[in-house]
Write a protein that binds this ligand. Structure first.
Ligand code: PHE
Length: 528
């Protein structure tokens, strides 16, 4: 005798070896709830005592037109009328006889079914029509039966003695009468071990999931069945508090660079144009500096340049306002070298931009348009190789917001200062990094930046997003490195952090990261 939880017992009891039984029938027989039967069946199937076969069938029901037709197909009514008027009528008389203007359907089906012949404008009942008067067609009884059943599958109709095929054949071209949809039904059958278990005798027992003091004290624990734990069962999802997905991506980026031996630097968000543009050999009339591209700070009007009032690298350029004498002479050596590089190339071997460099423009405070200002500050602070530095931070551009652009976004910039550094080092590092971030493939395309030569754009491929531009990169030009006292190659790159988050989370709209979409925030998978 095997004790089984009540529902499992009832299912096994209902099944006969070698005969499949529909879950719906078991529900009827046992009187138990459908979901309870399915849960029991699943547990039995897991122990290989039963098998569950899924069968998907077409289920038929009637449309409103179909319900109307069930009362009498139009050609049936017309046949009766024709018979009553002597078995024939002129086509032109039909509307009057049938009491309706549009009699096309009647004529069509009377002739298609062969119930009438049509000759010289006269419709006459045929031999088949006479026969039809005595017996309903398969299509008519089919529709009538569907009115009674509400809906039925092909096999249910067949079980009820219907020649479904013949009916459907007759109903061809009358799709407006029938609704069809897929219905999945499940059938259970005993496996061999299931049949053996049943043959050995089974009895129902109360199932409990917890051993209570009462069960112990009363001794009933001997008669109950304990429900087994199944860690694989589906449960309602739980959404504990967690990091914001963008924050997680930032942490992953930092981790990736730490693993590759980089040091992290911070740099002012509001910085002088000197560090954002001039030190990068970006000409003072470069369009990127224009008001329509860059956010300028209205107050204070200007920031400190290196060497001014004790300003040093890494200091906030706003700590002391420079309200007096805008033109200081001599400038700090660094500022002087940058100025000369712009004007005539200085000692770099370049011809420079060949126009006057205005220190007032360099003093202007801007919301940094890229974190390359952090790289250049780090390089100026310590140009001694070998060094690998990165910075993640907020950047700003006067841009219209769309699916892939934000006016306030984050960038990751990095540099490698190394005597041995080559373009291969740069591409290898970036490929490794973006693959760590989830890219399937990484590609490089020649490009242009005022501060690098050669320059390359980096694209990453991922899933449905396809190829996405990830960052700009290159080797800093001598006009950038020499004024800072650096004589070895400096590899540099910078790109969007949100782009990486899009890659990582498969987002097609960057704005999602800044909307409090609670469903997405809950469901975004942070782990591996
Ligand atoms: N600063 C560039 C940008 O914002 C990227 C870049 C950084 C390109 C460093 C070359 C070198 O698009």
């Amino acid at each position: 005798m095997t004790r089984l939880p009540e529902i499992e017992y009832r299912i096994l009891a209902a099944l006969d070896a070698g005969k499949a039984l529909a879950v719906a029938d078991i529900v009827k027989q046992t009187g138990a709830d459908q979901s309870l039967v399915m849960a029991g069946a699943t547990l039995l199937a897991q122990r290989e005592l039963v098998t569950i076969a899924e069968d998907s069938q077409e289920e038929f029901s009637l449309t409103d037109e179909g319900k109307a037709a069930a009362v009498g197909f139009p050609e049936r009514k017309a046949l009766n009328v024709l018979k009553a008027t002597g078995g024939a009528a002129n086509l032109s008389e039909l509307p009057r006889l049938l009491g309706k203007d549009d009699v096309r359907a009647e004529i069509k089906w009377l002739t298609r079914k062969g119930w009438c012949t049509r000759d010289a404008g006269v419709l006459a009942v045929s031999a088949a029509g006479e026969a039809a008067l005595a017996a309903k067609g398969a299509d008519e009884s089919f529709v009538k039966r569907l009115v009674e059943l509400g809906q039925a599958t092909e096999s249910e109709l067949a079980d009820a003695g219907f020649d479904v095929k013949a009916a459907l054949e007759l109903l061809k071209g009358r799709n407006e009468l029938l609704k069809r949809k897929k219905r999945v039904s499940r059938k259970l059958s005993l496996t061999e071990p299931g049949a053996a278990l049943k043959a050995g005798g089974i009895e129902p027992a109360v199932e409990v999931s917890q051993l209570t003091p009462e069960l112990l004290a009363s001794g009933t624990w001997r008669d109950v069945v304990f429900r087994k734990y199944d860690p694989a069962l589906a449960t309602a999802p739980k959404y504990p508090g967690k990091e914001h997905p963008l924050q997680r991506v930032i942490q992953e980026i930092r981790q990736a660079f730490f693993e590759m031996g980089f040091e992290e630097v911070a740099s002012p968000t509001v910085d002088t144009a000197f560090w954002v543009f001039d030190a990068l050999f970006q000409p003072q009339d470069h369009p990127a500096r224009e008001m329509q591209d860059t956010f300028y700070v209205a107050e204070p009007k200007r920031g400190r340049l290196p060497g001014e009032h004790g300003a040093e690298n890494g200091d906030s350029p706003m700590e002391a306002r420079v309200e007096h004498s805008p033109v200081q002479s001599p400038f700090s050596e660094l500022v002087e070298r940058v100025k000369r590089t712009h004007e005539d190339g200085g000692d770099t071997g370049s011809t420079g931009w060949r126009s006057k460099w205005d220190i007032e423009k360099a003093r202007q405070l801007v919301l940094r348009t890229h974190t390359t200002s952090a790289s250049i500050r780090a390089l100026a602070a310590n140009p001694k190789p070998p060094r690998k530095v990165f910075c993640i931070g907020k950047t700003f551009r006067r841009e219209a917001t769309d699916q892939t652009h934000l006016a306030e976004f984050m960038q990751i910039d990095g540099i490698i200062i190394d005597e041995q550094a080559t373009l291969a080092t740069l591409f290898g590092t970036l490929e490794a990094f973006y693959k760590k971030m989830g890219a399937e493939e990484v590609r490089f395309r020649p490009s242009f930046f005022p501060y690098t030569e050669p320059s390359a754009e980096v694209f990453a491929k991922m899933g449905k997003l396809g190829w996405v531009e990830m960052c700009g990169s290159g080797v800093f030009r001598p006009e950038v490195t020499q004024p800072l006292g650096c004589k070895v190659p400096v590899l540099a790159w910078g790109g969007g952090v949100e782009r990486i988050a899009m890659l990582r989370f498969g987002l097609d709209d960057i704005r999602k990261l800044y909307m409090a979409d609670i469903d997405w925030l809950r469901q975004a998978r942070l782990g591996g």
